[in-house]
Design a protein around this ligand. Structure first.
Ligand code: SF4
Length: 253
């Protein structure tokens, strides 16, 4: 059974949620338009190529919004994810930028700690995430005033309070974060994908709800938590790569 057959069902308030999401994206594009006609937009979508981010990329393109899109190409993505990334780059109206880790840092880390270092300790896993995700993320957001994510409250306990607009990084990094899908259910996401024939990662059809790097993602079983397939060997509280965790929560390596 495909992910669409399994999941696509609109909640009663789906139309209102979609209107809310559309309004937030339009606000982001309006408030953070390029500072000159030839400049890049000051707001960008962090696209993991997961189902939620494919919905957001589709909306940005369909609404013809002046919002950039970037992908953190960690060097550890599944072949299916890389193929989807290339299809998105080929079809997206909004430019899709790739950010790769610094090669020297990856080579030194793997030589020193081994290619399976992420399984040895939380510290090494976070060090790997820092090199492959956090440092490229800092480059992707340099010069930006706002970013957009596909975070949803339903995804995990740690994300239960996700606001539509998060200004917690405004004072320290000068960044506003928009979470336009905060109120969407997983079924809403798949309803939108079904209705609009949005391209998606075929791994979703193989019970991968949340897709990250290949060594750190597995399929989940019936009844398991949405994020159970990510860093499954770690405690629940540690299960973020640092992209969406505040300093006070201590997850950034
Ligand atoms: S998710 Fe895994 S492979 Fe990817 S950067 Fe983090 S530790 Fe490394």
């Amino acid at each position: 059974m495909s992910a669409i057959d399994l999941n696509a069902r609109a909640s009663d308030s789906f139309d209102a949620k979609l209107a809310e999401t559309t309004a937030l994206l339009q606000q982001a594009a309006r408030d953070y338009a390029a500072s000159n006609p030839f400049g890049p937009p000051r707001v960008t979508l962090a696209c993991s190529l997961g189902a939620e981010d494919m919905v957001l990329a589709h909306l940005i393109n369909q609404l013809e919004l002046d919002i950039g899109i970037f992908v953190l190409e960690t060097g550890q993505l599944h072949p299916e994810t890389l193929a989807l990334m290339n299809r998105l780059r080929d079809t997206s109206r909004a430019p899709v930028e790739l950010y790769l880790p610094i090669r020297k840092d990856v080579v030194q880390f793997v030589e020193r700690e081994g290619k399976d270092a992420m399984y040895k300790s939380i510290e090494l896993r976070k060090a790997c995430c820092h090199i492959r995700k956090m440092e490229p993320l800092a480059r992707a957001l340099a010069g930006k005033s706002a970013w957009i994510t596909g975070l949803r409250r339903e995804q995990s306990g740690a994300r239960a309070e996700v606001p539509f607009i998060d200004d917690s990084e405004l004072a320290t990094k000068g960044l506003r974060k928009f979470n336009p899908l905060a109120a969407w259910s997983w079924a809403d996401v798949w309803h939108y994908i079904d209705q609009h024939s949005v391209d998606f990662n075929p791994l979703h059809d193989r019970f991968f709800p949340s897709i990250g790097c290949e060594p750190c993602t597995r399929a989940i079983a019936v009844g398991e938590d949405f994020r159970a397939g990510r860093w499954w060997w770690e405690d629940e509280a540690a299960k973020e790569c640092g992209l969406h965790v505040k300093k006070s929560e201590g997850a950034v390596a």
